[in-house]
Design a binder for this molecule. Structure first.
Ligand code: 13P
Length: 250
């Protein structure tokens, strides 16, 4: 199977409802691509953006989900409600949630498990902080976060799982890491998966993408790597010219 390159746009909490609808409309008009493009707006904008994007081929993802199916969990959003909007993807364990919302590896695991049970494609974020890198703990962090997220999960045929390697210290910095470094990190992540699943499952069901200051200039240096299936884009997904440049150079 020849896979399309994934380009995932994480709009974070940067746009309002109307701005999200407006940007989605511009995406629909200008983002013509062979790539598999996925847009992840806030929960409030998810349904509306999905409606704007309908018929465009651009796919929809949420930025998070809750780990229980339903119940008395004020403020949380269930995987079934996410699916109702037409979203097929969900970002889980972004470093900003790990940092500001105290999301643990256990929480990431529970959310991933539920997302998979709902046949959503989880986009699980892993990556080291600057301090962890300085301490030489990068590989350890990648192995640990990857393993804890997916260990013991049943991955049915056809279920996709995306692991996004995002070095935390590079996010929003404007300076991506060297592609060789991403390639090495992706190899570590893939090795962790081989320790948990059959080679066939790793090959057919898992994809690894890079995130962290991706732009139109550097995108190709990542997407041309052997073990890299695409990119997860923050800042550069918010302005149409930057995003179109990414799509063009992918
Ligand atoms: P930037 O592309 O702004 O560095 O953000 C990356 C990111 O966190 C995507 O999830």
């Amino acid at each position: 199977m020849t896979e399309k390159i994934l380009v995932i746009a994480n709009w974070k909490m940067k746009l309002g409802l109307q701005e999200s609808k407006d940007l989605a409309a511009v995406y629909k008009k200008l983002v013509k691509s062979e790539a598999e493009v996925i847009v992840c707006p806030t929960f409030v904008s998810l349904d509306a953006v999905g409606k704007v994007l309908a018929g465009s081929g651009i796919k929809l993802g949420a930025q998070d989900c809750f780990w229980e199916k339903s119940g008395a969990f004020t403020g949380e959003v269930s995987v079934s409600e996410i699916k109702e909007t037409g979203a097929a993807f969900v970002i889980i364990g972004h470093s900003e949630r790990r940092k500001y919302l105290n999301e643990t590896d256990e929480i990431v695991h529970e959310k991933t498990k539920l997302a998979i049970s709902a046949a959503l494609t989880p986009i699980i974020c892993v990556g080291e902080t600057f301090d962890q890198r300085q301490q030489g703990a990068k590989d350890y962090v990648l192995i640990n976060q990857t393993t804890k997220a997916v260990e013991g999960l049943e991955i049915e045929a056809g279920q996709q799982v995306i692991i996004a390697y995002e070095p935390v210290w590079v996010i929003g910095s404007g300076q991506a890491i060297e592609p060789q470094e991403a390639e090495a990190a992706h190899q570590v992540i893939r090795q962790s998966l081989f320790d948990l699943f059959s080679a066939e499952t790793v090959k057919n069901n898992f994809r690894i993408v890079y995130g962290g200051s991706v732009d139109g200039q550097n995108v190709h240096t990542f997407t041309c790597l052997n073990n890299t299936s695409g990119v997860l884009v923050g800042g550069a997904s918010l302005t149409i010219n930057d995003f179109v440049a990414i799509i063009k150079n992918v």
